[in-house]
Design a protein around this ligand. Structure first.
Ligand code: IPM
Ligand code: MG
Length: 355
C-alpha cells in the first residue's frame, strides 16, 4: 500500500486550528479508501519559532521538506512581527526554494453558499486563476538608500523573464485545455506597463499557437475586476502576474461567498520538489483560538493535494463530502453567517467520508 509523506506546517493564527483539521480529514479519507495511507510530519515553524530562534524556519528547513510528497501549510502572519519578515522567512522561502512557480486558485460557489452577486447562477462562476508564483512583483529585487533622510529612495523591481512567463502561460493553457470549456483569459496591464506586460502579451500569443483547441482572450487587469462582477460566466481559466492574480483571487473568493473557503496549490509542475497546498485566508488573528475558523479552505486544499498525488478518486470523494457539509447551513462557520465550530465541520466531513 502506498504511504504518502505529508509535511504539515500550521504556521500562525488559525493555521494552527485548520491544519490539524485537514490532517484529521485526510486520515479519515485514507481509512475509508483503504488503498493508501499518509504519514505526517509536523513542523512548528512561524511566529513562535521566530521569537525563540530569530528566524521563521531553520536554515536547513528546506532539506527537511525536500523528500516529502507534499506540504500542507496553514498561514504565516503575526501581529508582533512585520508582515514582510513572516512572509519572506517562511512561505516565500518554500515557494521560491522549491520553484513552485504555478499558484493555482480554483473558485466555485459551493452548495449552500451565497454569492454577493445578483443574478449569478452557480454554474456562472467556475474559475481557476493561475498566478505566476516565482517572480514578477514578488521577485524581491529592490532596495532602499538614504534611509530615514528626506531624499530616501525605495524600489521594488518587478522581474519578468521570458522563461518564467512562458512556463506559467504554458501551464495555464494546458490547464484550460483540460477543462470542459477550454477557455483562457490572459490578464496584463500592457497599456500602462509597456515593457514586461507587452512581453507577456507576445508570449501568450506565441504559446497559444501550441494550443489551437483552447479559446483565449486578453483583458487588462482593471477591466478584469469589472468583468468578474458583471460577466462571471464569460470567464473560465485565468492567468496573471503574481500581484495581479493575488488581488483578483481575493475578489474571486469574496464573489464565491467567503475567503474561508478558497484553496491554493503552490505547484512545481515538473515535480522536482514537493508542492505546497494552503487555504488562502491567512492567519486571522482576530478569531484565533476560538475554534470558529472555517476549515473548508484547508479541506479543499487537501482535495488539490490529492489530485496532485494522482489520487483523483479520493479527491472527488473528499470534495463531495465537503460539498455535502457546506450544503447544510447548520454546519456553516461564522464567516458564512453560521455558528458551527471548526470541530463540528471537521467531524461532519469525517462522518461523510466513512459512509
Ligand atoms: C495570498 C496572500 C499572500 C500573498 C500574503 C499573505 C502575503 O495574500 O496568498 O494571496 O500575497 O501572496
Ligand atoms: Mg492574497
Amino acid at each position: 500500500m502506498k504511504t504518502y509523506r505529508i509535511a504539515t506546517i500550521p504556521g500562525d493564527g488559525i493555521g494552527q486550528e485548520v491544519i490539524p483539521a485537514g490532517a484529521e480529514v485526510l486520515k479519515a479519507l485514507a481509512a475509508a479508501a483503504g488503498s493508501f495511507a499518509f504519514s505526517f510530519e509536523n513542523f512548528g515553524w512561524g511566529g513562535d519559532w521566530y521569537r525563540q530562534h530569530g528566524v521563521m524556519m531553520p536554515a536547513d528547513g528546506l532539506d527537511a521538506l525536500r523528500h516529502q510528497d507534499a506540504i500542507l501549510f496553514g498561514s504565516a502572519g503575526d501581529p508582533h512581527i512585520p508582515d514582510h519578515i513572516t512572509l519572506w522567512g517562511l512561505r516565500l522561502k518554500i515557494c521560491q526554494g522549491f520553484d513552485q512557480y504555478a499558484n493555482v486558485r480554483p473558485t466555485r460557489i459551493l452548495p449552500g453558499i451565497q454569492t454577493p452577486l445578483k443574478n449569478c447562477r452557480v454554474q456562472d462562476l467556475d474559475w481557476v486563476i493561475v498566478r505566476e508564483n516565482s517572480e514578477g512583483e514578488y521577485a524581491g529585487v529592490g532596495g532602499r538608500a538614504h534611509q530615514g533622510h528626506p531624499i530616501e529612495v525605495a524600489t521594488d523591481v518587478s522581474i519578468m523573464t521570458r522563461a518564467g512567463v512562458d512556463r506559467i502561460i504554458r501551464y495555464a493553457f494546458k490547464l484550460a485545455q483540460g477543462r470542459p470549456r477550454k477557455h483562457l483569459t490572459v490578464v496584463t496591464k500592457s497599456n500602462a506597463q509597456r515593457h514586461a506586460m507587452v512581453m507577456w502579451d507576445e508570449i501568450a500569443a506565441s504559446v497559444a499557437l501550441d494550443f489551437p483547441d483552447v479559446h483565449w482572450d486578453k483583458e487588462l487587469v482593471d477591466a478584469m475586476t469589472v468583468r468578474m462582477v458583471n460577466r462571471p460566466a464569460s470567464i473560465d481559466t485565468v492567468v496573471a502576474t503574481n500581484l495581479h492574480a493575488d488581488i483578483l483571487s481575493d475578489l474571486a473568493a469574496a464573489l464565491a461567498g467567503s475567503l474561508g473557503i478558497a484553496p491554493t496549490g503552490n505547484i512545481d509542475p515538473e515535480r522536482r520538489y514537493p508542492s505546497m497546498f494552503e487555504p488562502i485566508h491567512g492567519s486571522a488573528f482576530d478569531i484565533m483560538g476560538q475554534g470558529v475558523a472555517n476549515p473548508v479552505g484547508t479541506f479543499w486544499s487537501c482535495v488539490m493535494l490529492l489530485q496532485h498525488l494522482g489520487e483523483d478518486a479520493a479527491a472527488a470523494r473528499l470534495m463531495a463530502a465537503v460539498e455535502a457539509v457546506t450544503a447544510d447551513p447548520a454546519l456553516h462557520t461564522r464567516d458564512l453567517g453560521g455558528q458551527a465550530t471548526t470541530a463540528q465541520v471537521t467531524a461532519a466531513v469525517c462522518k461523510r467520508l466513512a459512509h
